[in-house]
Design a protein around this ligand. Structure first.
Ligand SMILES: Nc1ncnc2c1ncn2[C@@H]1O[C@H](COP(=O)(O)OP(=O)(O)OP(=O)(O)O)[C@@H](O)[C@H]1O
Ligand SMILES: Nc1ncnc2c1ncn2[C@@H]1O[C@H](COP(=O)(O)OP(=O)(O)OP(=O)(O)O)[C@@H](O)[C@H]1O
Ligand SMILES: [Mg+2]
Ligand SMILES: [Mg+2]
Lengths: 261, 261
C-alpha cells in the first residue's frame, strides 16, 4: 500500500515545505521508502534536500510537458530511502501554458496523478509539497492524493482565516476530480509556548477540528529555519533539537494512525 | 503626484500584508491620502483593516469582470485618510477565467492599471498587496505600479532563495508591460536580534542590493501578529511597540526618499 499525501495550504509561510522535508526524513529513518514530490515552482523542498534546481537536468516540468517520465527525474538524496522528484522555476508557467495547451480541464488536473502511477510500487509514502495558492498546481496535488491532505496550520491569526477557503477547495476537488480526497489531518506549526496567541489558535483549531488535529505540535525552533541553508533535514542537521523531536513524533503518530486504520 | 507601489514576493509569509497595512497606516497618519488595494484572494489586508470580505457587497473581482468601477468598491476604514479596495475569494478564479475570457495577454495584464486610473487624483499613495505567486494577479500589480516594487524579505534562508526568480519576473514585466517598473526597495522583516541567521541574511542582502535596502529593519514583534485579530493596524493596536516604531520609521524613510527624488 502506498500512502500519497498532498501537503497544502494557500496561506504562505506556514511550514508546508518544512513539514514535507522533515516528516519525510523521519518516515525514511523509520524504515519507510519515501518519495518527496516538489511541485512548488519555488523549488524549496529541492533546495532543503541539498539540490540546486537550476543545475538539475530535468524536473517535474519536463514530466508535465511529456518530455520525461517521473522515473527519469527521480533523484537520490543524501539520506537512505528518501528520494526526490525535483521542481524547477519553469513550473511557474504551467498554469497559463496548460490552460492553452490542454483544453480538457480534467486531463490537466491529472498530470501529476498519471505521472505517479507507474512508480508507486517503489514507495510506501509519497509527500507532495505544493505552492501557496489554490490554482492548477495545487489542484494536481489534491487530485493525486490517495490518502488525503495534510494541512500545516501556523499558530497565527491570519493562518486560521484561510482554512475555510482551503476546505471548500478540498470539497470541490473531491466532488469533481478525486472522490477519495479528504482532510487527513491538521498539523499545528511554529507554536511558541511563550506567546498567548499560539495557545489561543491551538485551542480554536482543536475545538473546531477535533481529533483531525495531530496531537504532535511543532514548536517554533530556530534549528528548523537554519537547516535549509545546509541542505539537510533537521534529522541530520540538529537531531537533538526540539524541532527534530517534534517531527520524529509526528512521523510516529502518522504511522500509528495508518497501522490502526 | 500619486505614488503607486506593488508590494510583492512570491515567497509566502514574508510580511507583504503586514507591510501594506502598517506602512499604509503610518503614511496616512503623516497626512498622506492612502489607498490600499487588496488583490490577494486570501483577502488578508481586508481583514487586517477590520472588514469581512464575505460580507462586503462588491470587491475587486467585480471591477475586473466589468460589473463595477473602482470608485464603487472603495471602502473607508476606521482610520482617516486610509481607504481600501477590498478583495474577495472569487479572485482566486481570475487566473483561469481571464485566460479564457480575455485572449489578449496585454489587456488581461492591465485590468488593475486601467481600473486605478480614474481615481488616482484622490490619493497620494496607493499600496497594492499581492498574493504569494507570480501569476496573472501579481503581474497586474506589477503592471499598475508607477513607482516600482517594494519587496519584503523575511530574515530567513528560504526567503533569500526566491529573490532571483522575483527579479527576473520584474525584468520580464518591465520589458513587456511596464517600462517604469523597477525595484524600489527591499524591506527586511521579522528580524530577530537574538538569532544569528537574521544577521547573516541582513548582511547578505545589504551586500548584494546596497542602498536599495531600506535602512529601517522590521523586528519580529508579537504585537504585529496579534493586531490582525483585532482588525486594526499596529498604529491603533499597539502604538508603543517595537513593531509600530519600525513601521513608522519606514513610512518616514519612504517619504524622505520621495522628497529627495
Ligand atoms: N517550526 C518552525 N520553527 C521555526 N522556523 C520555521 C518552522 N517551520 C518553518 N520555519 C521557517 O519559516 C519559514 C516558512 O516555512 P516554510 O517555507 O516551510 O513554509 P511554506 O508554507 O512552505 O512557505 P511557502 O508558502 O512559501 O511555500 C521558513 O524560513 C522556514 O525555515
Ligand atoms: N515583524 C513581524 N513580527 C511578528 N510577526 C509578523 C511580522 N510580520 C508579519 N508577522 C506575522 O507573520 C505572518 C505572515 O505575515 P503576512 O501574512 O503579513 O505575510 P504575507 O507575505 O502577506 O503572507 P502571504 O504570502 O500568505 O500573503 C502573519 O501571521 C503576520 O501576522
Ligand atoms: Mg513551501
Ligand atoms: Mg499576504
Amino acid at each position: 500500500m502506498t500512502y500519497i499525501y498532498a501537503i497544502a495550504n494557500q496561506k504562505g509561510g506556514v511550514g508546508k515545505t518544512t513539514t514535507v522535508v522533515n516528516l519525510g526524513a523521519y518516515l525514511a529513518a523509520a524504515g519507510q521508502r519515501v518519495l518527496i514530490v516538489d511541485i512548488d515552482p519555488q523549488a524549496n523542498a529541492t533546495s532543503c534536500l541539498g539540490l540546486v534546481s537550476s543545475q538539475l537536468p530535468r524536473s517535474l516540468y519536463d514530466v508535465f510537458v511529456g518530455e520525461a517520465t517521473l522515473a527519469d527525474i527521480i533523484t537520490l538524496t543524501n539520506r537512505i530511502r528518501l528520494d526526490l522528484a525535483p521542481s524547477s522555476h519553469a513550473l511557474a508557467a504551467l498554469e497559463t501554458e496548460a490552460v492553452e495547451a490542454i483544453p480538457d480541464a480534467f486531463r490537466r488536473s491529472y498530470l501529476l496523478r498519471d505521472a505517479l502511477t507507474p512508480t508507486l510500487h517503489r514507495y510506501d509514502y509519497v509527500l507532495i509539497d505544493s505552492p501557496p495558492s489554490l490554482g492548477l498546481i495545487t489542484v494536481n496535488a489534491l487530485s493525486a492524493a490517495t490518502h488525503g491532505v495534510l494541512v500545516p496550520v501556523q499558530c497565527e491569526y491570519l493562518a486560521m482565516e484561510g482554512l475555510g477557503q482551503l476546505l471548500s477547495t478540498i470539497e470541490r476537488v473531491r466532488q469533481s476530480l478525486n472522490p477519495r480526497l479528504y482532510l487527513a489531518g491538521l498539523i499545528l506549526t511554529m507554536h511558541d509556548s511563550r506567546v498567548k496567541l499560539s495557545a489561543q489558535v491551538e485551542a480554536e483549531v482543536r475545538a473546531y477540528f477535533g481529533d483531525r488535529v495531530f496531537r504532535t505540535v511543532i514548536p517554533r525552533n530556530i534549528r528548523l529555519s537554519e537547516a535549509p541553508s545546509y541542505g539537510e533535514p533537521i534529522a541530520s542537521y540538529a537531531p537533538n533539537s526540539a524541532g527534530a523531536y517534534a517531527y520524529q513524533a509526528l512521523a510516529e503518530e502518522l504511522m500509528a494512525r495508518n497501522r490502526a486504520a
